[in-house]
Write a protein that binds this ligand. Sequence first.
Ligand SMILES: NC(=O)c1ccc[n+]([C@@H]2O[C@H](COP(=O)([O-])OP(=O)(O)OC[C@H]3O[C@@H](n4cnc5c(N)ncnc54)[C@H](OP(=O)(O)O)[C@@H]3O)[C@@H](O)[C@H]2O)c1
Length: 380
Amino acid sequence: MSGAAAAPSPEELAWLARARVLAEEARGQVSPNPLVGAVVARGGQVLGEGHHAGPGLPHAEVEALLAAGDAARGATVACTLEPCSHRGRTPPCTDALLAAGVARVVVGCRDPLECDRAGGASTLVAAGVEVAFATGADEAACRRQNGPFMTWARLGRPEVTLKLATSLDGKIATASGESRWISGPEARALVHRWRAEQDAVAVGSGTALADDPLLTARDVPGAPRQPLRVVFDGRASLPSDSQLARTSAEVPVLVLAGPEAAPERRAALSAAGVEVALVDAAREERIEAGLAELGRRGVQSLLVEGGAGLAAAMLDAGVVDRVAWVLAPTLIGGAGAPGAVGDPGAERLADAPRLREVAVERLGEDVLVSGRLHDVPGGG
Ligand SMILES: NC(=O)c1ccc[n+]([C@@H]2O[C@H](COP(=O)([O-])OP(=O)(O)OC[C@H]3O[C@@H](n4cnc5c(N)ncnc54)[C@H](OP(=O)(O)O)[C@@H]3O)[C@@H](O)[C@H]2O)c1
């Protein structure tokens, strides 16, 4: 790639920011595709806007070019993600951009899938189109908008969000095992919206047995997309009459079992309509191997909803990308009441995972503390 294009101007970066807003409209609807927005503009005037609304539907650049019509000739297109150069469910965006005769393309961030091919940016440059790349905070904002897609494309596993609700003293249940409900209705409603935006939701076998959860997205406006429901369950101990198993025909359930699972347990779950995947790895590698299995199934985002054992194993494996922690203004106390994160935990304070980009929000009487443990991997 010649790379001689001038850096994006402040006006072009404003179009890129607008394209990010457009892309956001489809959050939760595009997987396994990325969120993408595009703006066609020239001489200070926006000529067309578009976003990708979901698999099989036109890509953002195509929508924006359609809106701009003939005026797109000689114009600049700002798009949040590198245009694709391959034929998937729809034709390559580079073909549409070249056919429209655009003069310049401003790319928010690189597409990791394009890096493995000839590449959308290279294709455009070879055809004489100027291509400029956003840098710094502008690039990061575009990349972070697509955490699930980028993580999956780069690491072969879903982006993992660990969500837990605790009392102020960090307990997820009372000593007698009662955990419903620690958080208030506002926090619970938000979790249902998150479930509808995620490809999959997971709990450990302990939670599946103790709480018999349903893990569906409920009371969400419209017809929410339901996540795949996953149980990290080495012994395949999920009861066949659990809420998860009984509803598996409507919303699929996947049990990630280990080699220690008895064949009759696996057969019983299969007969109940639950899919059982054998994760043939030693216990210390089970989390990563389980996530890789989900990645192979195209799961790009995973909401881990506890309990303490699974949270600890995920943190210990270093695979938690985002944390969403609901703190309820209650004090449970008691050495026998479980803390939110089990063994082994950090030995030294310096080794304790520390959130970055921390945000704090009120949810009714609760407080949501969220942040990232890993930045979204780049596509370059
Ligand atoms: N307040 C909240 O937000 C909240 C949320 C969820 C749960 N809870 C509460 O938490 C309690 C349950 O927590 P829990 O710790 O007993 O159970 P859990 O975390 O749900 O499940 C523990 C299981 O995770 C699996 N696991 C642990 N380490 C692993 C590793 N290294 N690799 C693979 N799998 C591993 C094991 O399954 P196998 O042994 O089957 O392999 C283990 O038994 C319940 O009281 C529940 O009500 C509270």
